[in-house]
Design a protein around this ligand. Structure first.
Ligand code: NAD
Length: 273
């Protein structure tokens, strides 16, 4: 049995970046609750979900959130198949740790360059704009809908070695606040969710950890030891993907009908990037 307390059965939910990590966990939780989920991702490998007779239906649409044509195509498919869009989760994101200036190796491998800047900004920031605009056009006609932007705790305070990533996330928090002002009167809620350190996802590759450790002048082992320290995260553990998914399902539901224009930190008490 799904949990009808949320009452999101038969809702139509788009999850960008839903083939992996947090997005996949969010998609699974919506499916568990009887919602129909359109998973959009660049990954050619379709994700597998655990389904039973009460689960919603999942549809996979290959989508590049940096490409408006690809997004319009996805929205068209959703409209034709379901005739409405209730919830958009802007979750697709990437993180490439770099220093503004590498004092030990100027213009070296781990110094921020324009290509890295553009890549991260395009997915994490422009992608949120393009997907939200395409979907909000439909929500405005319906006079209803919820947009949920997946941000990051690092966006609140900045983060050593992750300046461009943190900047895109803070920029997304700003979009959440502004779009709430524009869209609230049209019947659309806009909220954000900012997770802290979570159990490993596709984002935490060895390249990512090596680069982040370098930028902080520590070893990868020292970086990993920090994931579960109370000095980093007061609750002393990484967050579970299901804990983020539960919050996102709640925020998308009518139970959260007066929550608008804010970004929820879900980080075990961590507040310093
Ligand atoms: N993992 C964490 O600890 C953490 C913490 C805070 C915030 N976040 C945010 O959560 C979101 C999900 O991250 P994750 O940790 O699950 O990472 P992940 O790498 O497991 O998942 C991200 C997904 O986005 C997809 N993607 C990347 N570029 C895309 C594009 N152009 N178009 C469509 N899909 C694209 C990837 O293929 C991947 O499936 C991101 O926005 C990330 O910044 C993650």
């Amino acid at each position: 049995m799904y949990n009808s307390w949320l009452n999101i059965e038969n809702k139509v939910v788009i999850v960008t970046g839903g083939a992996s990590g947090i997005g996949k966990a969010i998609a699974q939780e919506y499916l568990n609750n009887g919602a129909n989920v359109i998973v959009c991702d660049m990954n050619p490998k379709e994700p597998e979900f655990v389904l039973n007779e009460n689960s919603g239906k999942s549809t996979y649409v290959l989508t590049d959130v940096t490409n408006s044509q690809s997004i319009n195509n996805m929205v068209e498919i959703v409209k034709q198949k379901f005739g409405k869009i209730d919830i958009l989760i802007n979750n697709a994101g990437i993180n490439i740790p770099r220093l503004l200036v590498d004092a030990n190796e100027p213009k070296g491998k781990y110094e921020l360059d324009e290509i890295t800047w553009d890549k991260v900004v395009n997915v994490n920031f422009k992608g949120v704009f393009l997907c939200s605009q395409a979907v909000a056009r439909e929500m405005v006609k319906q006079k209803s809908g919820v947009i949920i932007n997946i941000s990051s705790e690092s966006g609140l305070e900045g983060s050593e070695g992750q300046s461009v990533y943190a900047a895109t996330k803070n920029a997304v928090n700003s979009l959440t606040r502004s779009w709430a002002k524009e869209l609230g009167k049209l019947g659309i809620r806009v909220v954000g969710v900012a997770p802290g350190i979570l159990e490993a996802t596709g984002l935490r590759t060895i390249e990512y950890e090596t680069a982040l450790a370098y930028t902080r002048n520590i070893t990868v082992d020292e970086l990993r030891a920090g994931y579960n320290k109370t000095s980093t995260t007061p609750l002393g553990r990484s967050g579970k993907l299901t804990e983020v998914a539960d919050l996102v399902c709640y925020l998308g539901s009518e139970r959260a009908s007066y929550i608008h224009g804010v970004t929820y930190n879900i980080a075990g008490g961590k507040t310093r990037g």
